[in-house]
Write a protein that binds this ligand. Sequence first.
Ligand code: GP9
Ligand code: MN
Length: 427
Amino acid sequence: DSDDITEVQNYTKAKYAQPNEKLFGAAKGKNIIKIHLESFQSFLIDYKLHGEEVTPFLNSLVHDESKSFTYFDNFFHQTGQGKTADAELITDTSLYGLSNGSAFSTKADNTFQALPAILDQRQGYTSAVFHGDGKSFWNRDNMYKSLGVNEFYYDSYYDMSKENVINYGLKDKPFFEQSMPYLKNMEKPFYAHMMTLTHHHPYLIDEEDATIAPAETGDPSVDRYFQTARYLDEALKQFFEDLKEAGLYEDSVIMIYGDHYGISENHNRAMKEITGEKITSFKSAQLQRVPFIIKVPGVEGQGINHEYTAMTDVMPTLLHLLGIDAQDYILFGTDMFSKDHKEMVPFRNGDFITDKYSYVDGAFYNNKTGEKISDPTESMLNMKETAHHELELSDKVLNGDLLRFYSPNEQWEPVNTGDYFYPTLKE
Ligand code: GP9
Ligand code: MN
């Protein structure tokens, strides 16, 4: 009830981090292109297989000589069973997914105060999601209405001929290619979310699309993981060229993130060969890093930023870049560019990571040495309580549909899902 939302509000207001003055409003009015790298883990960045870079294009953004991009190398996914859908939920609402199942599937009728709706209401943004799969996967066609997504381009908008499709859906190269005309036609400013798919378990790839030999661990999905990552990297490179040609590159915010791990703990033997280290539970937690790369037009990139950050931080960061104070909203993350950004990354299972130590499977570890800490300090134990409390509060929001009782500010109008409709282009 409303007491519960007050408890949540007190927590998030106390956690709030003031914007970085230099960046507040720096992206106001700019188009935002958000690119979802399916199953992409940060260990792929700069990784060399058979002496070759696996993802040369992404690596070139990470080591950007033009100083446009900032790469967060300590950014973590926080997804649970909702996988892709959790990544979408967390980055657009700064709430956590559920500990069981996917909120996209079970909480789509809730009230949300999500980025697409806020950007529309505050600054006239048009939002869209692009994805080469059926519209009802993860209940997207219902959930997007509650988030305030204006346009949804799904399989009926694409040429899904046999040669264009593998595994779950449209291959990334035709996906980006065929998305361009829709993107170009969008009303500006827009918030466009491009969701790739080919680099998805079990990493199937057609021979003509494979431009790097598989790894040789003998674990087939691990071995192919590098081939689909390479394919995704090439698709992305082509998309950047097309954006430049369309005049959409220079003046847009471009934000790239990995959605969740691609290699589960079932593949620890092969991953030992890949990383050269035994995959302990501590190591496994460290492997939950996914890339977060961002370019803001007119703002010099920072190169590699080592701040410990995560998916819940994305929405407050974007709000501040657009000049909207995050303080009004119920958000569990904090602005990654703020001096007061909070370096505590809770995972959905209750483990968490800070810039100095990790709490995994009931034990604390020193990040630098990987050694178990047998006598955790008071502040470490308090941090554990805080991380768990934060997850519980987020669960209360979703399970009690608490945002019904919350009005962020005078500008906020509750989303009316009846205003949204995602017509099928062809059967
Ligand atoms: C399907 C795609 C895959 O449309 O988003 O979802 P995942 O299996 O990664 O959650
Ligand atoms: Mn996914």
